[in-house]
Structures are given as structure tokens and as C-alpha cells.
Design a protein around this ligand. Structure first.
Ligand code: PRP
Length: 186
């Protein structure tokens, strides 16, 4: 990596909110809890693209059970910077959910509109159970109530990037979760 790249990446972030060791420790705790709660079952994890992909990759490796996973992409209509509530599936699941123990995996729950839509839509596909896990939760931004069964961290209303989270598709590959300098306090 060139010195220019390193400097410009560092300059983009205000500060580290959660460093990679803290994230890994918490993901392992969530994995252990899920392992206990789903003992004797075969959980099917459904992660939202793209943000939750990195969290999913670490989470599944900390769950000591036989499991499967799938991906879904949900997008808001229009070009709003936050969910408008008008959501649609851009890329649907590959597999059926019927009679499965489904665990929805989100990187962040903000207004709650995405997860609420997914719970409604996927709940109609008749899974045996449907639970949720979110790495990050911003309770102060909530517009609709959503049941969260597992939460990694409750965080204040900062615009965060890294560990899967982006700003204009950038910074998803930062190992830490950072507060973005240019969009802090969005
Ligand atoms: C993010 C995140 C959640 C959603 C949360 O996805 O992954 O799915 O926003 O926001 P909400 O609670 O206000 O609905 P985004 O639409 O940014 O797509 P991405 O995962 O591809 O970055």
C-alpha cells in the first residue's frame, strides 16, 4: 500500500469507535450465546448485503453448530440517505425458509425500517422460528419498533464506517468501526 493511500484512509476517519479486538471479542460472545440457544437445531442465517457480509463471515465461524446461510439485498426506493420506508428486494434468497430456524443477520439497525420489512416479508415464508441479530444498534434513531434478540453494541448517533459499513461504498474493509470525519453526526 502506498503512503498516500494510508494517509488518505486515516484522514477520512475521525476516531475509532470499536477496534477490531473489541469487535472480535463481542462476536465470539454472540456466537457462543447462539450456539447455546440453538443447540440441537440447524440454524439458517440470512444476512443483508452488503453491510452484514463481514459480520456474518466472523459470526458463523464462532457458532459451533451445523448451519447454513443465505444472502438478501434490500434497497429503498429513491436516493434518500436514509431508509424511506419504501423497500424492495433487489436480490432474493436462493433457498426456501419453510420449516427452518431462521436468524436474520444485520450489521446495523438504525430506523428499524429495513429489519421491520424483512421480518414481515420473510416471516410470511413460514419459517419455524425467526430471530434477529444485529452487530450495531442505534436506538436513538428508531422509527419503528423491531425485536432484537441479539445485539453486539448499542452505539450513539455517529455515522460509522468499517467492518462492512460504508460511506458511498468505501471503507467497508476497515478492520475497526470508525466515526467518519466528513459525515460525523449525520
Ligand atoms: C444498512 C444496513 C441495514 C440498514 C439499516 O444497509 O445494512 O440493512 O441500512 O438501516 P435502517 O434501520 O434505517 O433501515 P444499506 O441500505 O446502507 O446497504 P448496505 O448494507 O449495502 O450498505
Amino acid at each position: 500500500m502506498g503512503i498516500h493511500d494510508a494517509v488518505s484512509r486515516r484522514a477520512a476517519v475521525e476516531s475509532v469507535l470499536l477496534d477490531s479486538r473489541t469487535i472480535q471479542r463481542r462476536v465470539c460472545e454472540l456466537g457462543a450465546q447462539i450456539t447455546r440457544d440453538y443447540a440441537g437445531k440447524f440454524p439458517h442465517l440470512v444476512a443483508t448485503l452488503k453491510g452484514a457480509s463481514i459480520f456474518l463471515a466472523d459470526l458463523v465461524r464462532s457458532i459451533e453448530l451445523d448451519l447454513s446461510f443465505d444472502f438478501i439485498t434490500v434497497t429503498s426506493y429513491g436516493d434518500a440517505t436514509e431508509s424511506s420506508g419504501q423497500l424492495r428486494i433487489m436480490k432474493d434468497l436462493d433457498e426456501t425458509l419453510e420449516l427452518r430456524h431462521v436468524l436474520l443477520v444485520e450489521d446495523i439497525v438504525d430506523t428499524g425500517l429495513t429489519l421491520s420489512y424483512l421480518l414481515r416479508t420473510l416471516g410470511a415464508r413460514r419459517p419455524t422460528s425467526l430471530k434477529t441479530v444485529a452487530l450495531l444498534n442505534k436506538p436513538s434513531r428508531r422509527k419503528v419498533h423491531v425485536p432484537l434478540d441479539y445485539v453486539g453494541f448499542n452505539i450513539p448517533d455517529f455515522f460509522v464506517v468499517g467492518y462492512g459499513l460504508d460511506y458511498a461504498q468505501r471503507y467497508r474493509n476497515l478492520p475497526d468501526i470508525c466515526i467518519l470525519r466528513t459525515a460525523a453526526g449525520s
